[in-house]
Write a new protein. Sequence first.
Length: 533
Amino acid sequence: MDERRLADVRCDGGGRRKAGSGYLIAPQLVLTARHVLVDEAGEEWPRITVRVGHPPSGSVDRREATVCWTGSDGLDVALLRLDTPVNVPGTVRWGRPVGSDALPYSGLGYPLQTRTTDGHRRVEHLRGMLSPLAGGAGRHDLYTLDQHAAPRLRPDQRQAWGGVSGAAVLCQGHLVGVVLQDDEEHENRRLHALPVRRFTTDPAFVELLEYHGGVAPDLVPVGGQPAVRSSGYLLEVRELSAERFEGRAEELAAMAAFCAEPLESPNGESAYWRWLAEPWSGKTALMAQFALHPPPGVNVLAFFITQRHGDSDRFTFLSSMERQLREYLRDHELECRTQGQFLDGLRRAAEQAEEIGQCLVLLVDGLDEDTGVVSAVSGHSIAALLPRHVPPGLRILVAGRPNPPVPGDVSAGHPLRGHAIDHSLEKSPVAQAVREEAERSLDALLTGGGLGGELVALAAAASSGLSAVDLAELTEMSARKVELELGGTVGRVFQRRVAQWTTPGVADELFSFAHQELFAGALRRHLNWLMIV
């Protein structure tokens, strides 16, 4: 939903007034309900003014308007032509709910219930569930909208929802209906909306839309899409998480508060939060804990850059985002092969989260491990793929070390180039204890030699992980002996993770170093042995 397209429709004449809501669908066209524009005698009001924009955001354009189209066969829908254009970037996406499951919907309007004592009209954010199977035939062919929050019946008998007629109804970012009426039988908890499929094929409607710079509606099915395979990424995150996570209550609370706060900066800077910490501070454990156990109302798309797993460049990042966005949006055809496709999918996901009153978080850990960064001034980084302009409903959490600096391909003016987003993360005592234990185990293996030393050397050479079967073949040992060794001291040096690509009948677990510093230490200290091998 684009709040910049919200329209406040006001009609007056002969000392009388009437108000409604609407939605800008082209630079000079506002979609609304026809009954808003006529008086009790069915005559159009002599003067109609429209205010386009979202008052809380501070930008509203006032225009004079005239009725240029009304629905055929008595349909309660109309178009207003503004005297001068209001230019809002992008185009309106149209849709039609399908399937049998109720869908989250959202909208913006100006109901009577929000009017202040001094006559000021405040915006109401409509949210609830749309039931595709409810409704009737003919003039009763309306969507049923069950509101999450609804006003009480007024003692003066006036309609509390009066003024919201004409508001656009959106599902998953697609315009699917126009609010027409409330339902007192359900004590204002229910609204009814005219489906856009009932008028978007009208030739006169399409002609006007195209003439004024819009696009002929192509109603995309919303809901009921074919089943999309689970990305499985949270299983990978679980393997990266701490065996025992302790402390960090303040840090988790700060991250939760960041997700709940309204955006402050127009350039998107306040939509970013960056943890900076030295190695073995526990930042990956903190990020994994947040990804696996987000606060209520927060949805997380996550990527952990891990050089030792081979998940450390923009190609693996885009591949992971494609799988996660497909699952989140239930869109099995979504692609993230380019930055543009990724940003579009991210925008759609943020819109969907906002429609149901939730927050979407893009979480990226380990920016310092990006292998696509050749030097400070060259390479193709994951950081450069992250949005410079952050859509509403999205927050971005990143973590890394103070060095290396921000990659050279990150554009000037990008929030990652500022320091206002930086937050220092103190070292975790638990992480320090894990470090000492793992380093002692690595020292013992490297000095003791034998099968344990061979396993360390081979894992370092492979860098991205090997299965127990792989290690057995390379050491010419039985798989059973390798598995027993991995279950002992050497097991504290490694971590298990699920392989992205699996073969039927073959174990899908890979073993790689439990920390990037262990991997780097093994390479440094065992380099001569590796060269001989």
